[in-house]
Ligand binder design. Structure first.
Ligand code: NAD
Length: 308
């Protein structure tokens, strides 16, 4: 398979590029990434010389470039996004531009090409919060922060291109990822580094917000299965069922790094902070997937990566 991976110099995208090239000898990957503050060529240093991999620096909003790249592939996997909720609260413009307009540009280019698959990487945040129970794929979208709203826009656009243009779209909605190469602005790598450096770990509110955490390799395996075996037009939740409050995550990090809880600092809550996300995962499990890593195993590897 020849795959165009957008956002492949970021956290999940780079892990996915390694996964594909390690698992599928005959595959070829083109990575398209604008190298924003969140992306780095270094994230791909293990495959930059691989003849099966090509790196292109560029923007998913650049229709001419996207047209050229899509012409030569069988599938698109769209990871490219502005991904940090706090930044979207400070300013939503780049989120609308990349997440919505960029996705629309890719979809239009895909529509003019002859693709087998367009995999849109969405998120559990598009559902909004759920206090009890878990979201299934046909639940209503109710995003509650600008990041999630733009991801919901992209998700619905992709879905609409399936309906109106018969584009071979598949959508995944994954819970919170953690693991190697995640940008240090995100909670787990930031807290690991702060803990080791003797700095405070700023926990929002009372730390009771619950997230479901998946080790990035488990997510990449699931995405790869959906890319190859998922049914066109379908949406797949990808979740680990490893639910943790932010305080539990913080304490697990402090414990693993070997420092005491005095470094925790409770700070003003994030505006519109969703209380809990949780996903039903029967559909992805029916494709033969289950997570391999427990939260503790994944966290150990992540601590090791960050403190190297
Ligand atoms: P990330 O911020 O680490 O990486 C995003 C990448 O996209 C970066 O390399 C950046 O340079 C690139 N990019 C940004 N704007 C671009 C543009 N206009 N054109 C081309 N490239 C551009 O993000 P991540 O955490 O790896 O997330 C990847 C995808 O997965 C996103 O779509 C995100 O919404 C989704 N997702 C993430 C999580 C998570 O927990 N991290 C969970 C569910 C879904």
């Amino acid at each position: 398979m020849r795959i165009l991976v957008t956002g492949g110099a970021g956290f999940i995208g780079s892990n996915f590029v390694y996964h594909v090239l390690n698992e599928h000898d005959d595959d070829q990957v083109v990575t398209l990434d604008a190298l924003t503050y969140a992306g780095s060529r270094d994230n791909l240093d293990g495959v930059l010389d691989d003849p099966r991999h090509t790196f292109v620096e560029g923007d998913i909003c650049d229709r001419k470039l996207v047209n050229e790249l899509i012409e030569d592939v069988d599938a698109v996997v769209n990871f490219a996004a502005e991904s940090h909720v706090d930044r979207s609260i400070a300013g939503a413009e780049p989120f609308v531009s990349t997440n919505v307009r960029g996705t629309q540009t890719l979809l239009d280019a895909a529509n003019d090409a002859n693709l087998d698959r367009f995999l849109q990487i969405s998120t559990d945040e598009v559902y909004g919060q759920i206090l009890d129970g878990k979201f299934s794929e046909d639940d209503r979208l109710d995003p509650r922060n600008p990041y999630a709203a733009t991801k919901a826009g992209a998700d619905l656009l992709a879905k609409s291109y399936r309906t109106t243009h018969d584009l071979p779209v598949v959508i995944t909605r994954t819970c919170n990822n953690y693991g190697p190469r995640q940008h240090p602005e995100k909670l787990i790598p930031k807290f690991i580094r702060n803990a080791a450096a003797g700095e405070t770990l700023p926990v929002y509110g009372d730390g009771s917000n619950v997230r479901e955490w998946i080790y990035v390799e488990d997510n990449c395996r699931a995405l790869d299965i959906v890319l190859r075996e998922g049914e066109i037009g379908e949406i797949y939740n990808i979740g680990s069922h490893a639910e943790k409050t932010n305080l539990e995550v913080t304490e697990a990090i402090l414990d693993m790094v070997g420092v005491d809880n005095e470094q925790i600092e409770f700070v003003d809550d994030r505006a519109g902070h969703d209380q809990r996300y949780a996903l039903k995962t029967e559909k992805i499990e029916a494709l033969g997937w289950e997570p391999k890593y427990t939260f503790e195993e994944g966290l150990e590897r992540t601590v090791e990566y960050n403190l190297g």
